[in-house]
Ligand binder design. Sequence first.
Ligand code: ZN
Length: 280
Amino acid sequence: MLPRLLSIPLCLCLASLAITPSAVASDPHATSKAPKKAATHSKAKTHSADPHGGAVHWGYEGAGGPENWAKLDPANALCATGQQQSPIDVRTTYALALDPLVFQYRPTKLSVLNNGHTIQHGVDPGSFLEVGGDRYQLLQFHFHTPSEEAVGGKRYPMVAHLVHKNDAGQLAVVAVFLTQGTASNPLFDVLWEKLPAEHNVSMRFEDKTYTPSDILPRDQRYWTLMGSLTTPPCSEGVRWFILKTPVAISKKQLAKFQHEFSMNARPIQPLYQRAILDGQ
Ligand SMILES: [Zn+2]
């Protein structure tokens, strides 16, 4: 069964096709479609995807803050009632022999979107994550500060969420912690060179290519559990892989993102009956 989320942006995107050449779902975990223009640098205005008719929009503080997400829209009920919600704090884990993550990522053109909640990079088709015979296509990745997931109660300065989907519509998200190092990370110089100031305007650079696997640490051991989107509508059934090893970016690079988004992390959610599995 498709997670409820998937049907919502799809409907909105179809509705917007009549007025825009392309559409990008506003949710950071939803599929994005970048414009396919040949121009060196193209922009595409997208709909704001506000299902609340201009009422309070969700965010990370105040009336639209996480404690109120479920009240903003009945579609967000799981944000309050779900028992498989993300993010979580990795504390007690259970050792188990787990399949390795096999990343088959290919070079992609740079496509950047500021959806008002995060910076999101759309990825061209053809990059896959394989784990234990399951295959998921990489759709997009985006960032949170501080990291949404915690380890032993400690959050990292940032996290990258790499969002994948399989043919059955099920999502798998790989979380990569970002920590502050001394050197500038060359990949992030490319990713964040030009951050769109305008919301929901996708910028695609035909002359800039990178490989998403450059965001991954060399040691790809992970914790895993079932969880949810960390943004409304908090849909469950999302398979989470939290890489243990952080990746370093510079203080200046951290500051660049945090200048745009000072805080975009959902609070830690209860585990309830879930177990966090540890491959090593
Ligand atoms: Zn995320």
